[in-house]
Design a protein around this ligand. Structure first.
Ligand code: HCA
Ligand code: CU
Length: 443
């Protein structure tokens, strides 16, 4: 009987997301100001839990050597993972390590399931990062990998030539030829975001020809706005493992967004790729991480409430006749619907603030939104099935917190938010208002 805890006996799915919100994501400029934005241990635990619930099986963390806090967090996150095994199966925790024995030892001591090695191979990295030439890189990396392989045969090993897209084919091959027999995967990170989809397709083809039995891992930065398209190009070229973060956060403008990737694969009918992912949990996941960053799900995220917001008058009247007029994509299947927005286990005060302010047009500040959210959460799970949760929220806002609505002139444009749920859910809540939630502005 295969042992699901051992990678050698794990049958990888067609697409394996390697989520790196808790590593690359922590390098986002949004987390730069640590007084305002900071992933606490509790935040990280919540994010990991949500990722596992959404079906992610590979999660990258910093090597514990990075700081005492990361070390302690690693242990806490492992405990979260262990607590979910019976319910959700095994998720592999991978430590991001420099090709340095100290990094490796710290990760092994912390009980990592795998090591994601990286070292710069481009001329720029060689000149400005570590000062070693390609043969010196090989001389540093190969004995280390051999040693780890020998003593820890069950560890999942991945090696990335950092800045692979500014590394010439021949130079990358020079390093990968010696490393390939020692690892489970080779990475192809576009560290500085220079690649376009054609270059990605070309590189993937060349790598697959040279290493036909090898698995690859894509990692694409957003500097040119190509992160998602590059990931799709790599996936279509046969790259099974793809790095993502929630909301695409990461160094500079970030990397590929987890939910944007799964959403696009769905739209393109690539259902094989979606095996094992829980799509309805994706919008709540976006909200959860946005909430930690003290912001709303950014409007550029495909899986967002803004994609169901209509402001132009002609759009609104068309949407009221038939949503399909300006909504082509089944966002409700990704959790952008009233029950996930208000009731999802991950929805925070932020979305309640947005809902009351932007959709229902109450005047309220953040502090009040937090208080209302706390009261709402206490109440909403004890509801009779025929009471609409939106009504509870509105009652709280009006009757207990005495909020007033913004009074605006008739002519002011209404913003229409479609928060209707799919028919199956709707019939379960006969007390709920009709399919379209109209805001109260000017009415
Ligand atoms: C970094 C760089 C990295 C590493 C990716 C990888 C990149 O922040 O250390 O290990 O494959 O973009 O190259 O994120
Ligand atoms: Cu990166």
């Amino acid at each position: 009987m295969p042992d699901p805890f051992r990678f050698s006996q794990y049958a990888p799915r067609p697409l394996e997301i390697v989520d790196t919100t808790l590593r690359e994501g922590q390098q986002t400029s949004l987390l730069h100001d640590h007084h305002k934005y900071f992933f606490t241990r509790a935040d990280k635990e919540e994010i990991l839990r949500a990722l596992i619930i959404c079906g992610v099986k590979f999660v990258e963390l910093f090597a514990p050597v990075v700081s005492p806090q990361e070390k302690a967090d690693f242990a806490a996150l492992k405990a979260v993972r262990d607590g979910l095994i019976t319910q959700k199966g095994y998720t592999f925790l991978l430590a991001h390590v420099r090709c340095h024995p100290r990094d490796v030892e710290s990760a092994i001591a912390a009980g990592a399931d795998g090591l994601n090695f990286y070292i710069g191979t481009s001329a720029e990295s060689r000149a400005f990062n570590h000062g070693r030439d390609l043969d010196a890189i090989i001389a540093q990396v190969v004995p280390l990998l051999e040693d780890v392989r020998r003593h820890h045969p069950d560890l999942i090993l991945r090696f990335s030539g950092e800045d692979a897209f500014r590394t010439r084919d021949a130079e990358l091959f020079h390093v990968y030829d010696t490393v390939a027999p020692l690892v489970d995967r080779l990475g192809l990170p576009d560290t500085v975001g220079v690649a376009a989809p054609d270059a990605v397709a070309h590189r993937v083809r060349a790598l697959r020809e040279r290493y036909p039995a090898m698995d690859f891992e894509g990692h694409f930065h957003e500097d040119r706005g190509f992160a998602l398209t590059n990931t799709l190009a790599a996936w279509r070229g046969g790259v099974r493992y793809q790095d993502t973060t929630v909301l695409g956060i990461g160094e500079r403008s970030g990397i590929t967004s987890l939910t944007a990737l799964l959403f696009n694969l769905f739209i393109d009918h690539e259902y094989d790729a979606l095996e094992g992912y829980h799509l309805r949990g994706l919008y709540p996941l976006n909200v959860l991480v946005a909430d930690k960053l003290k912001m709303l799900v950014p409007p550029r995220e495909p899986v967002s409430l803004t994609n169901r917001t209509h402001t132009a008058g002609v759009h609104q009247s068309a949407v009221l006749n038939g949503a399909a007029a300006y909504e082509a994509n089944p966002l409700d299947q990704f959790g952008v619907n009233a029950s996930e927005i208000l009731l999802g286990p991950l929805s925070g005060w932020n979305i309640i603030h947005y809902f009351l302010k932007e959709i229902r047009y109450y005047q309220l500040d953040e502090g009040t939104a937090r208080e209302i959210a706390a009261a709402f959460k206490e109440r909403v799970y004890q509801l009779a099935p025929d009471v609409a949760p939106e009504q509870v929220l509105v009652d709280l806002a009006e009757k207990e917190f005495g909020l007033a609505r913004l009074a605006l002139p008739e002519t002011r444009t209404q913003i229409v938010q479609r928060l209707d749920e799919p028919p199956a859910n709707r019939s379960a809540h006969p007390g709920r208002p009709g399919g379209i939630a109209l805001n109260g502005r000017g009415r």
